[in-house]
Write a protein that binds this ligand. Structure first.
Ligand code: X8Z
Ligand code: ZN
Length: 600
């Protein structure tokens, strides 16, 4: 279930109850059946989460084995429950039970074939891919030279040296090669599982979780992307020009995709780390937040408390003591862990944790605010039955913390003492908008492309013989980026991004990056804020917090359209809020790009 966002997120969901009783079909009403499933899954979940957490924070062959075994049992119970649920088709039941039965089938992101050997194989592959990603290293000159993900991401973020960037990029991507064969087999097995549940393939199953037919959802996602694509293209055009000035036209040619290693991020997914190269008005109101965090002696706990203080200011509760006792906030020195940040709901109640390798940077601070968004969702919905303890859809879960990120305005950062009080000027606004656009707009095509590729893998349109070529064709088409060195089918570059071997669907983030602006606008309205959206912060506003909390408490108990309407007054996801937010920058970019050869 999705109790952990990232990592086996929905995986274990289905895995919980060694205690499944074998009640003969028909002996229970539908309502009774669902009540039992809610209890048993919640119990099973304890074991699944315990095993998954232990592996994620201590990657060894033993923890992998225990995790795989827990997952295997879960997948079996999930399969049994789905099979039993079929007896209730057409029988009388409450609307809540009907909804719960629909959600039950979707309660895993990797269903297993109905064959014990294949089920065990799938569970072993999932635990193994997770472990291989988490312990991957780049060792150019023997064991002494090894660097892990955290170290290589740091090079990508801070180096402006072309050769060093190329080395880190290539080293990490090459380290994903061993995942190729595993991924191929996992795709075959999970697809078989999805088909046995009645879906065309695993991609169709993933697209079925949005309270609308899967085909309609495909169109919906495409519609949203079309709304924001023009702004992305303006940003791309501007960024390429600035990068060409830095690295030379020979390395960054006009009219061509941007080399993927020059954007400050291993996956070119967010570009804010190279803000220094792209700053519209050099030096105007520059906020050196990384330096402020170091100078003021922030460590992982203090950074987490800063995030908690924000949530408390809008009336949310203090984090439970257990959160502080059981979370993993820093990277241990003595063992391999999965450093990709995640938030966990261990017991459906108050045992909530995050796992993050926090360093004192502003990027990590915003990630902490993001993770606490998941944690507060968990803390708002424990009164819901197990099957409704989820986001209204998965994009809602991702959007909570990011909505709060949008309230981290320069005025807020000044209030908490991280930056000096700023005087606003048009130049300062454009600079600030650029920083946010490099985080939020640059991400949009990336958020779309990961599952675009996986949907094609699962449908068979992309085959193992063209895994890598199709990956780069899509990355070029959507993002306008290209690999910095020639890649072949010996490579498996999708495997270098956590969520692919981690089996975490990615469209959730694309939706989140649109939705969070809708949430932000609605909460700013609730707070009575009247200025431009980019200046609004709901910090300290309990009325906004009350509306937000009311939404979170609903979990997935009703169609997301109803939940969205209660908060925002509209039943549709839509890009009007993100476009409104970035209106000043859009105008500015259009002016800047005049006469430039945009596109690729
Ligand atoms: O995976 C995450 C979070 C955990 S849900 C750290 N994110 C995506 C990513 O890193 O690729 C947040 C933004 C997109
Ligand atoms: Zn998240």
């Amino acid at each position: 279930m999705n109790r952990t966002f990232h990592r086996r997120a929905f995986l274990l969901t289905a895995a919980i109850a060694a205690t499944f009783s074998s009640v003969p079909a028909g002996a229970e009403t539908a309502d009774e059946f669902v009540a039992r499933i809610n209890r048993e899954f919640a119990d099973f979940w304890l074991e699944g989460n315990a095993a998954a957490w232990t592996q994620a924070t201590y990657i060894t062959p033993d923890t992998q084995l225990l995790n795989a075994r827990a997952m295997e049992r879960w997948l079996e119970k999930f399969g049994t429950a789905v099979e039993q649920s079929k007896a209730y088709a057409g029988k009388p039941m409450s609307p809540a039970t009907e909804r719960a039965l629909r959600l039950l089938v979707l309660n895993t992101t990797a269903p297993a074939p109905d064959d014990p050997a294949k089920r065990a194989e799938l569970a072993t592959l999932l635990a193994g891919m997770e472990a291989k990603y988490g312990s991957a290293k780049y060792c150019p000159e023997g064991p002494e030279s090894c660097r892990d993900e955290v170290q290589l991401l740091e090079v990508m973020r801070t180096s402006r040296d072309h050769a060093a960037l190329l080395d880190a990029w290539t080293g990490w991507h090459d380290a994903a090669r061993p995942l190729r064969a595993d991924y191929q087999r996992y795709a075959t097995l999970a697809n078989e599982g999805a088909r046995s549940l009645g879906y065309a393939d695993l991609g169709a199953m993933w697209r079925s979780g949005y309270d609308m037919p899967a085909d309609d959802f495909t169109k919906e996602a495409a519609r949203l992307f079309a709304q924001v694509e023009p702004l992305y293209r303006e940003l791309h055009c501007y960024a390429r020009d600035r990068l060409a000035r830095k690295y030379g036209e020979d390395k960054v040619p006009a009219g061509k995709p941007i080399p993927a290693h020059l954007l400050g991020n291993m996956w070119a997914q967010q570009w804010d780390a190279v803000y220094d190269l792209l700053e519209p008005y050099p030096g105007v109101s520059r906020l050196d937040l990384d330096k402020a965090l170091v100078d003021q002696g922030y460590d992982a706990v203090r950074m987490t408390k800063s995030a908690e203080t924000f949530y408390r200011s809008i009336g949310f509760p203090a984090l439970p003591q257990m959160f502080w006792e059981r979370s993993m906030l820093t990277q241990p020195r003595d063992r391999d862990v999965q450093c990709h940040a995640s938030a966990w709901h261990m017991d459906g109640k108050q045992d909530v944790r995050i796992k993050q390798c926090v360093r004192p940077t502003y990027e990590e601070l915003t990630t902490l605010y993001h993770e606490l968004g998941h944690i507060y969702y968990y803390l708002w919905y424990p009164q819901q039955p197990y099957l409704f303890q989820q986001g209204a859809h998965d994009g809602f879960h991702e959007a909570v913390g990011d909505t709060v990120n949008l309230s981290m305005t320069p005025a807020y950062l000044a209030k908490i003492g991280l930056v000096p009080e700023a005087t606003q000027s048009r130049e300062a606004v454009i600079n600030q908008q650029m920083k946010m656009a490099l985080e939020k707009i640059a991400f949009l095509p990336f958020g779309k492309v990961i599952d675009e590729w996986r949907w094609k893998v699962f449908s068979g349109e992309v085959t193992p013989a063209n895994y890598n070529a199709s990956w780069w064709a899509l990355r070029e088409r959507y993002q306008g980026i290209a690999p910095p060195v020639a890649r072949t089918e010996a490579d498996f570059d999708p495997g270098a991004k956590y969520h692919v071997p981690g089996n975490v669907p990615y469209t959730r983030y694309f939706l989140s990056f649109i939705l969070q602006f809708q949430f932000h606008r609605a909460l700013c309205d609730a707070a009575g804020f009247e200025g431009p959206l980019y200046e609004c912060s709901i910090y300290g506003n309990e009325e906004a917090g009350r509306k937000f909390g009311a939404m979170l408490a609903k979990g997935s108990s009703q169609p997301w359209q109803d939940t969205l309407e209660e908060l925002t007054g509209t039943r549709e996801m839509d890009a009007s809020a993100i476009m409104e937010y970035f209106a000043p920058l859009r105008g500015w970019l259009e002016e800047q790009n005049q006469g430039r050869q945009c596109g690729w």
